[in-house]
Write a protein that binds this ligand. Structure first.
Ligand SMILES: [Fe+2]
Length: 275
């Protein structure tokens, strides 16, 4: 096995592990690599949908997306499609998946099927380093504080994306989570807010909450916390949704990445209540 670190902050590309091997032993190795590097990336893994599901099940119960319709015959798999003439893709902008849920996603396993020759990389940002490097005054201010995370409604997940279809659910959800959570497996502290879904700090006046969140969101965008995956077809990324932010870049510009379809299969594993 070979581990190539993707940046100084997080992420590793792994060679010498076969994801078609869905044994518990193989999963244990993958899981410990994921806990260490937060996102692990594997190329040339032509796994079937059943193997994708088998691998995911080792992490825990699978989660269905609240708003988006799953693949036919595979309710556990969400197919993310960007049409060839679309500039934007699903998953753009820094976020933690479904942080508005009472139990936000534990792990995501994303498998590529069709990838444009350029554009649409996925970026990740290490929220343990973001917490460690946060200004002491802000750390004091958010100590033991909680924040409200809100879903943006079904339209935000489907309206601007031609190929993404809603499942009929139009409800909106809000949940409260600690701003600094402790990783249930490693015990590390994580800065657990994101500019997409975190709306308000509780027990703080609105102006101060807005100003504090603005400073934190700016801090979270520091490029030295990040790594970047350049996809190829039949590649698999497995990431710890508890301890990082991620985004799919919508850099499909004319004459370069525009004009190509991008197709990914996503499986989400249910998380726990952040503590
Ligand atoms: Fe996402």
């Amino acid at each position: 096995m070979q581990i190539n670190l993707l940046s100084g902050a997080l992420g590793a590309e792994i060679t010498g592990i076969n994801l078609k091997n869905t044994s518990k032993e193989n999963w244990q190795e993958i899981n410990s690599l994921m806990l260490e590097h937060k996102v692990v990336f594997f190329r040339n893994q032509d796994i079937t949908s059943d193997e994708h599901i088998e691998l995911a099940k080792h992490f825990g119960p699978l989660e269905k997306h609240i708003y988006v319709k799953a693949r036919e015959n595979y309710p556990e798999i969400l197919r993310i499609i960007k049409a060839s003439d679309e500039k934007h893709q699903w998953g753009e902008g820094w976020h933690t998946d479904v942080s508005y849920n009472p139990k936000p996603t534990k792990v995501i396993i994303l498998r590529s099927h069709k990838i444009p020759p350029v554009g649409g990389d996925t970026m990740f940002s290490n929220m343990e380093v973001a917490y460690e490097t946060l200004d002491d005054k802000i750390k004091d201010k958010i100590k033991d504080k909680k924040a409200i995370h809100s879903s943006l409604g079904a339209a935000a997940f489907t309206e601007n994306y031609k190929k993404m279809e809603g499942n009929g659910n139009l409800k909106e959800y809000s949940n409260i989570h600690p701003i600094v959570r402790v990783h249930p497996e490693t015990g590390n502290k994580i800065l657990f807010v994101n500019s997409m879904y975190t709306k308000r700090i509780l027990d703080m006046d609105e102006k101060e909450s807005n100003e504090t969140l603005k400073k934190i969101f700016k801090h979270q965008e520091r490029l030295d916390f990040t790594c970047r995956i350049k996809w190829t077809e039949n590649a698999v990324a497995i990431w710890d949704n508890r301890s990082l932010l991620h985004q799919g870049l919508s850099d499909f510009f004319p004459g370069r990445g525009l004009g190509y379809e991008r197709v990914m299969d996503r499986i989400a594993i249910e998380g726990d209540h952040p503590k």
